[in-house]
Design a protein. Structure first.
Length: 407
């Protein structure tokens, strides 16, 4: 697996931990109301950062509103965040290796985006609903989805592998950006039901240019939906850099739709946790949507079918590796908490156990029945699907007839 340095890359973390969430802390200062159902973000720094690349705690007046959401965090909770990131990276690296060995058809790596996903994922409550794309393996981990369930679709043996309503985590969405509309519609329903839960939609910088995402911004704003739009800006939409997609920083797009946008250091798990807690609280309080832009970097390929060396300079990747989210938190744990080497050693062992389990489960996945492709196409069945199934059954039977004739 690919991890930080040989050390910090102790990368690997333990088999799936039960989901847990810390109660969101109330900030000292709330958003400033401008009109019923509308709010603006507090005075914003260009980039919300609470933990520097060198692993030092950053405190500024502009960050104070976000500090309030993580100031009570314990050393144990910080270790949990570190463990989440390391185990998620180990799982991701194992999946990449499995694809290279022909066990998966494709894999979309999250390498480098662990802090954005774990920080935001751990900010959600159990009753919140999450709409991912196809790269949110860390968020799935936070929602309690067994990581091996993520691999069935990429192996071609199922259409998702988990019940979305068991963990309030929707199935992976391959169509770019469409889940933002699904999330907004769901959030509008939540508001009509009078619930105080919130919805979060994940997408990337490339998807932010899709019409579905911009339509969801508009619907979310007009209907004051309790939805957080969480964009992981990893700076490359496959081979297209962000400067070829937009003329302003991505988070500023929210202004045109009438709700706040915040840019957070996507390699800072503490900042991602705090900003997402703040945004989800706004949603629950009836203050409408927020766009969170997690400014991060895709350290690997877009998918295993992509070769980033053809369009991206090595110097750029090396510069961002120095900002690695796992190394950053490890440095803080070693210098500012009572975390000892025993913790990291145990985590190494957990990581190895997770990798072994993932390999064994994937290789043991049974092939689906030939007729499974015709299941769950329509909720109530469809005459054309029934006809196609019958034709396929007859086609499969012809092989048996041919073999019997030869015998």
């Amino acid at each position: 697996m690919t991890v930080d340095s040989a050390d910090s890359t102790a990368a690997a973390q333990k088999a799936q931990q039960p989901r847990k969430r810390a109660a969101a802390k109330k900030p000292a200062k709330k958003s400033v109301k401008t009109s019923p159902g509308r709010a603006v973000a507090p005075a914003q720094p260009e980039l919300v950062q609470l933990l520097s690349p060198e692993g030092e705690r950053v405190r500024t007046p502009e960050n104070a509103v976000y500090d309030a959401y993580v100031d009570g965090i314990t050393d144990g909770e910080l270790r949990d965040l570190y463990r989440d990131m390391v185990l998620t990276r180990r799982f991701d690296a194992e999946a990449t290796a499995l694809q290279r060995q022909g066990e998966l058809g494709l894999w979309a790596s999250l390498l480098g985006q662990e802090a954005a996903q774990i920080g935001s994922g751990r900010a959600t409550r159990e009753d919140d609903y999450v709409f991912p794309t196809y790269r949110e393996h860390g968020v799935a981990w936070c929602r309690g989805v067994d990581p091996t369930n993520l691999l069935g679709m990429f192996r071609g043996v199922n259409h998702g592998g988990w019940d979305p309503n068991s963990n309030n985590f929707h199935l992976y969405t391959i169509v770019i950006g469409s889940q933002a509309l699904h999330a907004t519609g769901y959030a509008m329903g939540v508001a009509k039901d009078g619930a105080d839960s919130a919805v979060i939609a994940y997408f990337g910088d490339g998807a932010s240019s899709q019409g579905d995402v911009l339509e969801s911004f508009n619907f979310g704003a007009v209907y004051n939906a309790p939805v957080v739009f969480f964009c992981q800006n990893n700076q490359w939409a496959i081979s297209e850099p962000t400067e070829r997609q937009m003329r302003v920083p991505l988070y500023q797009r929210a202004q045109g739709f009438g709700f706040p946008g915040v840019r957070v250091d996507g390699n800072d798990v503490l900042a991602c946790l705090a900003v997402t807690r703040w945004a989800l609280e706004r949603a629950r309080n009836g203050e409408g949507p927020t766009l969170v832009e997690a400014f991060t970097y895709r350290m690997g390929a877009h998918t295993t079918s992509d070769d980033p060396s053809k369009y991206r300079a090595d110097e750029e990747r090396v510069a961002w590796e120095a900002k690695d989210p796992i190394l950053r938190l490890r440095t803080y744990l070693e210098s500012q908490t009572d975390t000892d080497e025993g913790f990291f050693a145990e985590l190494d062992a957990e990581s190895e156990a997770l990798g072994k389990r993932v390999r064994e489960v994937v290789r043991a996945m049974p092939n689906p029945g030939h007729l499974a492709i015709f299941e769950n196409v329509y909720a109530d069945g469809h005459a054309l699907v029934d006809e196609e199934r019958a034709q396929f059954v007859a086609y499969q039977a012809s092989f048996a007839d041919e073999a019997a004739g030869e015998a």
